[in-house]
Design a protein around this ligand. Sequence first.
Ligand SMILES: O=C(O)CCC(=O)C(=O)O
Ligand SMILES: [Fe+2]
Length: 253
Amino acid sequence: MDGELLPADGELFPRERTEIAPGAVHVPDWLGPDLQRELLDACRAWARPPAGLRTVRTPGGGTMTARQVCLGLHWYPYGYARTAVDGDGAPVKPMPGRLAELGRQAVAAAYGGPSPAGTGAGTGSRAGGGGADTGAPAEPEPPYAYDIALINFYEGDSRMGMHRDAEERSGAPVVSLSLGDTCVFRFGNAASRGRPYQDLRLRSGDLFVFGGPARLAYHGVPKVLPGTAPPWLGLTGRLNITLRVGGLGTAPG
Ligand SMILES: O=C(O)CCC(=O)C(=O)O
Ligand SMILES: [Fe+2]
């Protein structure tokens, strides 16, 4: 019996790459154990001050339950800055070339080639997407230059409400990597936070990419399943690494 023929988590059949909506692709087990460990170590370093992990406050007076650190550009509700304007004010850490490269590889893995399968390279109209005020957004072409990473840390009953990633001026696909505990990821539609949506499980090592017609879909994390991280990883809770292309030039927000 050759154990290597079985999926790493001992399931009978490997989970398969699935396009859950046009432009939205789930690639299970995309990150191998070594890369997951490497990324976890890096996240621990990025989470340290200055401009480290912070609690995000929303304009309505609430707080996000997932804590966050940004690389490349600092996201805050709702824009981008070069410093941790809603944290300690320090300059945001640079975007590592390694993450930018991972973003490019992720898009190729998700869409099976340089261009999103069946979706065209861009997102079409960003009308209503917020942020852009200079007319038509850039229609990006792969390979995309990922220049922003958001690292979200979920512990306890942390969640993330339904939202769109709409502060970017590029329609390049968003790349999402999961480490640690499994979560329920809700992927919906571009018109509203409500139905129709699909719930899927993102596990440690999974890749999810949304671009093309799915780029501005509402999505969120209604639940993290405690104690489901692979024991060899050594993480309690869940980390999400979201890679985005800002299209913001040199003077964001
Ligand atoms: O944690 C996740 O899987 C989603 C994160 C997310 O949607 C975001 O940071 O914009
Ligand atoms: Fe998001």
